[in-house]
Design a binder for this molecule. Sequence first.
Ligand code: S3P
Length: 449
Amino acid sequence: MQIEPAKSLSGSVTVPGDKSVTHRALMVAALAEGRSTIVGAGDGEDNISTRAAMTALGARFADEDGDIIVDGVGLRGLRDASAPIDCGNSGTTARLLAGVLAGAGVTATLTGDASLSVRPMRRVADPLTDLGYTVTVTGERGTLPLTVTGGRRSNTEPVRAVLNVASAQVKSCILLSGLFRGADTEVVEPAVSRDHTERLLRAFGVRCASTEHYTRPAEAHGTVPVVRLVPPASLRGRRIEVPGDLSSAAFLIAAGILRGESVAVNNVGTNPTRAAFLDLVQEMGADVTRRNRRVLEGGEPVADLEVSAGPLRGVTIEGAAVPIAIDEIPILCVLGAASSGRFVVRDAAELRVKESDRIEHTAGLLRAMGVDVEETPDGLQFEGLGAASFKAFEVDAAHDHRIAMSAAVAALCADGVCSITGAEAIDISYPSFADTLRSLGAVVDGVGR
Ligand code: S3P
């Protein structure tokens, strides 16, 4: 992909459906009884992996006028997989599905592409094993392939899983396994992570919410919520509206902040357990106005976002903000490069085990842009350049869709044409990204429909 510097961008755009919500909607609707309609589902390769995986387990999906129609098979309706299920690049598919398979008592082996095959899976295998399920990871260093061996268990005691990583994927894995238990399932995380699973399950009639607070022993973080799921007899099929993906919108909002004359991104998810990006850009001095706030069928809040360009200052991203901004940290760093003052990311070691080592590859991108970056084990820090004018660069996306899109936005502010190799990784979450950038006035060569 080649991108020319942009003078000014303007336009009003939408983004694909939220990837996280789409994964959950596909899985939960398949486990419901009766028909569900998923409106505005994400169309990236990761979501296609979840749909294919659920189909291999017996779920039935059809496309109708842009919606996905799901004829649920019920909590007892999934079948063993006859061949390994390929989760592609999608960590969410693998980790959430592990919980569904364990709870449902279904036997299957999960595999993935080269990037997913080096990502940690013990974080789901260990708590599931502690709950009495048979889950093995056979990859070296606790990686895929992961096999769940089915068989019904009595599961009539309430359980509480205390996690040592703030991960919505791990929390959701345990909650989804709890749908099939005979007693309550509780999950405690070290910090709050996105609550899409809880909202969606509630929409399907399941009692699943944060209850009391739990104080972790020997930790100064104070109290964190306990999420409790009460197992339902069944789930009722329904209509689900998927919000626009904030993690995709973040790239356009950043482009608007750096080069926008008037940029609007409509129907974007603003779930507070997901949207620290919006608060952080505000703290950096950007102006992002939320209009037409509403709550979609399925429980997710959305708004239309209007963005104006303006001077930026550096911030520190740390602590509880990290899980709530986790996927937006690379693009926040690009905004940091244009800021005045120090920009710091800490407490974010999780970034090293994403689709790529995002600390290493974000630092690499920033260096190529002319920023002097110090990498730390759990983050990075640098002095912003004080203006959105970067050195022209050539970078490799490291098979990571969010590194590729962060580089594309940075390229709009470079002093010459930039080139990104491996930009086809963008299809993982946002196949129409290049076209949307073009519709705002950017000159982008290659990649995009
Ligand atoms: C996701 C949770 C996050 C995020 C990922 C999607 C989800 O991962 O980085 O892109 O849909 O639950 P972790 O739960 O591992 O932090």
